[in-house]
Write a protein that binds this ligand. Sequence first.
Ligand SMILES: Cc1cc2nc3c(=O)[nH]c(=O)nc-3n(C[C@H](O)[C@H](O)[C@H](O)COP(=O)(O)OP(=O)(O)OC[C@H]3O[C@@H](n4cnc5c(N)ncnc54)[C@H](O)[C@@H]3O)c2cc1C
Length: 474
Amino acid sequence: MAKLPEQPVIIGAGPAGLCVGWNLAMDGLPIKILEKTNEVGGLCLTFRDDDYLFDLGPHNIHTIYHDIFTFLRKILGEYLYLHTPKVNIFFRDRFIPYPLKGINVFKALPLSAVIPAGLNFLWARAKMFMYNPKNDHSFERWIKNRFGHVLYNYYFGPYAEKAWKINASELSCYVAEKRVPVISLTDYIRRAFKKPPKITHSEDWSQIKNYYPRKGVGQIIEYLAKSIVDNNGKIEQGVEILSVNGTGRRVESVKYKQNGEIKTIKTDFLFSTAPINDFIKVLNLKVPKEVREAASGLDYCSETLLYLKTSRSNIFDTPLTYFSSPQIKFNRVYDVGLFSKECVPPGKSALCVEYTCNIGDEIWKANPEELFNDAMRVFEHYGMLDRREVDGYSVRRITHAYPRFRVGFEEKLTTLLDYLSTLENVVTLGRQGLFCYANIDDVLHMGFRVTEILSTIRKKGIDYSELFPKYVLF
Ligand SMILES: Cc1cc2nc3c(=O)[nH]c(=O)nc-3n(C[C@H](O)[C@H](O)[C@H](O)COP(=O)(O)OP(=O)(O)OC[C@H]3O[C@@H](n4cnc5c(N)ncnc54)[C@H](O)[C@@H]3O)c2cc1C
């Protein structure tokens, strides 16, 4: 077994930080977690608002890791239930099932675009079949190469720009690879004959098993946090990290501010789940200039969430609905009651309306009433929901919702990880820490590898591409 640290410190009390902490606390270590906010759970927290339980955006669990599933089943028991949520896209004023399947998209296109879109799509696929497309590096090129420019202009381009708040030519093809299921022509034919496709994609919800904790995803967090505290671990909240200090390649202490008081804590091993670029900023070692520059080239999308408590349920009949039109400012709505009836009072429901945004922009600064009016303008226009059916509303904001994968982000991230891998007692991990598109199960999986991380780093230093290949190899 790896030699365990004596004074481990963990930055961030999201699922990644808590899972590392939980594993070390179970080994009897005096762990300390430093959390920036006054809440525990990061993006996975569930908060109570009167009789409602709200997640920060929709949180479904689907995993390929058998051990993670077994762990979740063990801690949540019957609370973890299997559901098959339908997902719709509101595209050109009609609902069509997600992921987009040929015939549905074509039905929603204007008549004049159907034949050009069809021919263009077939031509794109034929070209793909004949040779691997070049210039595939941006979201725009990747989609055009697989779906053709007509479908790109009608659907993929406008939605991507709305969701990521940058031009789709600046957005990396990595986003498309992760989020857009490409169904091969043969699988289209198989589906037409109701046969299962040969290739499944993690975003194709019709092909994967989805689970949800009946009382919200925060049930996982509650378990981890409680077990840590019960095992003498400490979770300090409302902490502002001022600097991470050390000598040479070793970190020795963390200086932070809490309730106006400046404190310093010693550490012999530091796990950081804070955004990787923020971590580099507070690292008070000899960090090369190009590393600091690379850190400043990475950024995250923010989100503003509007919660509407509704006097009726089943507003969209689907737990998740995407809104693709650039004229509609929000991009997704999740129906809380359709995720779990136990999160809403009987006979009622709630909608969480998600707006991706940037800190300081018009959406970020909008007050709750402005957001409420904005959402209701759309819902009332389409007869989806009347404001008289809304019992109340509230707003939450997330600074780091999604790493923004700009073209070329890989080189910057590699520069940061190459540098961090030279440190002897520091590991960055989690969704923000590795700047990756990781889900709950992924970050729990990272947390469970803590012993392996410790033995690897002691033997030969850390190699992020060896340890976390799924997240850092592009
Ligand atoms: C809208 C939305 C929907 C999602 N849906 C799903 C889903 O359906 N299924 C799924 O599996 N996953 C989903 N996810 C992803 C899931 O939430 C993340 O994978 C998970 O929360 C990542 O955990 P983490 O601990 O790595 O990061 P986080 O949850 O971001 O936690 C990081 C923690 O570190 C703290 N922190 C940051 N900086 C500092 C600092 N300088 N000092 C101290 N503390 C700091 C933060 O406050 C936070 O508590 C979704 C995410 C979003 C935004």
